[in-house]
Each structure stands twice: as structure tokens, then as C-alpha cells.
Write a protein that binds this ligand. Structure first.
Ligand SMILES: [Zn+2]
Ligand SMILES: [Zn+2]
Length: 289
């Protein structure tokens, strides 16, 4: 993934900073440059005139109405670029327009977690089928601190249920419709991540120190690491993920002894997974609030 030079919240000239450098259509809501792996998606006041109802949702996702001024929207061109951005190797970069001829504000990088068909008015005010994408901020998708709160089991029974679901999720077949595939994998990976966090119970599974700080929700901050993989996306399985502190996490990716650290971590986690949960000193210590 290329590093994009845009900083969330900062203003940019659509023509000079975006299209002059990367190409792509200078007009319209969704721009798909030929030579770089990006979809530039624009949202803003002008969109509302065409019946678009873009905006943040309570779960932290962003609803983004597709393109097409009149008639039913179809999954082609810009809409297809968003829906299939992952398989097309395109990053979704969202910008908010601040008025005609004025700069655009970078909102951030997103992944498409599915879409729904909604009846919304077109530019002439006629109801038509609109495609509304559910965009998840990339940092939410990758970072356990700000995403949907993890499930926190309060009893051994709840913990065992979460564990069972994590194992089931890791084995779940991929045979879901493309429309829901990303959502399904997002839910699967969340279950496995939540389980890893519950298993760690506030201590780094690598160095065994307590989490360095608490999240705004009062939960210990740990990051979930996929032990044998190069990236931390996707569901994986309970026996191959570890909840570790940010220091250990950086070292597991970038340290001189990263290979040894990962080998050790894998052995450790798999040993824990072989033990019956009743033997784990986890739940008793968890404060109930
Ligand atoms: Zn650690
Ligand atoms: Zn990692």
C-alpha cells in the first residue's frame, strides 16, 4: 500500500494536490485514476442536493452514497471501484468538499465493508435505487482501540462461549455472497480479536507486563498480532493470534529478533490453547463493572 501524503483534517486543492499528481476525473463524486491504486471519493454539501445522504454512523462507519445523478444506481465505474477496491488493489481516500471551487478536506482512508440499496431521490427529486456504501476507516479496521468495543466476557461461561465462537469463526467457510464477504470477514476477525484480548486479560501475552494504559472505555490497551503473517488483517485462528503490548508488537514486526519472538509467541499461545480454559487464571481476576 503506498503511503499517501494526505493528512486527515487538512485542506487540499482537488486539482493541484490530487488530480495533477495522481490523475483521475476532476469532476464528479468518485474519481478513479488510471495509474495509481486509489479511489478518490468526495462527499459534501453539493452531494446533498442530489439526494445523497452521506455521513458518520453511530458504529464509527461512514455511509457513502454511490454515483449516478438520475435513475437507479448500478455497480459500474466509480461504484464498482469502491465495492471491489480490495480486489482491484485500490485504496479508498475520502475527501469532504467545502464548496464549489474551494479546497477539499481529507477525511481519511477507508475500506468498503459492504453496501445496501436504498430508495433515495435523484437529482430531479424522483425516488430511485441508490447504492449506499458502508465505509470503515482503515485505522478502525486495524486498530483495536477505536473500533467497535471488544466483547468483554464477565464469567467463565461467557469466556468459553466467546472462545467457541472464535474457533467457529476461524473455520467459517468463505462461501458468502460477495456483497457480504467483507462484512463477514470483518465480523470473523473481530470475534477472534475479541477472544485474544479476553484471553490476555489485560497482560501482554509476550512480555507478560500489564497493558501500558487503558482505553477511554476503561479497557486495557493491547494490540492483536497475527503471529505468522506479514499483515494483521483478516480472521486467522485463536492459536495464531496474540494480544500484546505496543512495544512487543513493534518488535515482533520490526525487531532484529522478530523471527525468534514470533516462534516463541506461537509456542506460548498454542500451549495456552491446549490447556482447558478452566485451568486458566483468567476470569476470576477480571473486575466486574
Ligand atoms: Zn509486551
Ligand atoms: Zn502484528
Amino acid at each position: 500500500m503506498p503511503q499517501w501524503p494526505f493528512i486527515p483534517g487538512r485542506l487540499y486543492s482537488r486539482r493541484n494536490d490530487i488530480h495533477a499528481r495522481y490523475g483521475g476525473q476532476e469532476q464528479g463524486g468518485i474519481s478513479t485514476p488510471q495509474s495509481v491504486g486509489a479511489v478518490f471519493a468526495f462527499t459534501g454539501e453539493s452531494g446533498l442536493k442530489h439526494g445523497y445522504a452521506d455521513g458518520w454512523q453511530p458504529d464509527g462507519s461512514f455511509s457513502y452514497c454511490g454515483e449516478g445523478r438520475t435513475g437507479d444506481m448500478v455497480l459500474k465505474r466509480g461504484n464498482r471501484a469502491i465495492a471491489s477496491h480490495a480486489s482491484l488493489s485500490r485504496d479508498i481516500l475520502l475527501f469532504e468538499t467545502t464548496g464549489k471551487g474551494r479546497p477539499v478536506r481529507f477525511t481519511g482512508q477507508f475500506m468498503c465493508a459492504g453496501w445496501t440499496d436504498q430508495q433515495l431521490p435523484d437529482t430531479n427529486g424522483f425516488l430511485r435505487k441508490a447504492i449506499v456504501f458502508r465505509l470503515v476507516p482503515l485505522n478502525l479496521a486495524a486498530d483495536p482501540i477505536v473500533e467497535a468495543l471488544p466483547e468483554v466476557p464477565r464469567t467463565t461461561e461467557e469466556f468459553n462461549q466467546l472462545r467457541a465462537r472464535a474457533y467457529a469463526a476461524a473455520k467459517a467457510p468463505e462461501g458468502v455472497q460477495a456483497k457480504d464477504a467483507v462484512v463477514a470477514s470483518y465480523v470473523r476477525s473481530k470475534t477472534v480479536r475479541d477472544y485474544a484480548l479476553a484471553r490476555a486479560n489485560g497482560r501482554c501475552e509476550s512480555c507478560n507486563e500489564g497493558a501500558p494504559f487503558e482505553t477511554p472505555a476503561g479497557l486495557p490497551f493491547l494490540e492483536v498480532h497475527h503471529i505468522k503473517r506479514l499483515t494483521d488483517g483478516g480472521p486467522d485462528s485463536p492459536g495464531s493470534v496474540a494480544a500484546i503490548c505496543p512495544n512487543c508488537h513493534r518488535e515482533a514486526h520490526y525487531g532484529a529478533s522478530a523471527v525468534a519472538i514470533n516462534d516463541r509467541l506461537l509456542a506460548l499461545v498454542q500451549a495456552v490453547e491446549r490447556v482447558t480454559i478452566a485451568d486458566l487464571p483468567l476470569i476470576a481476576k477480571r473486575s466486574i463493572h
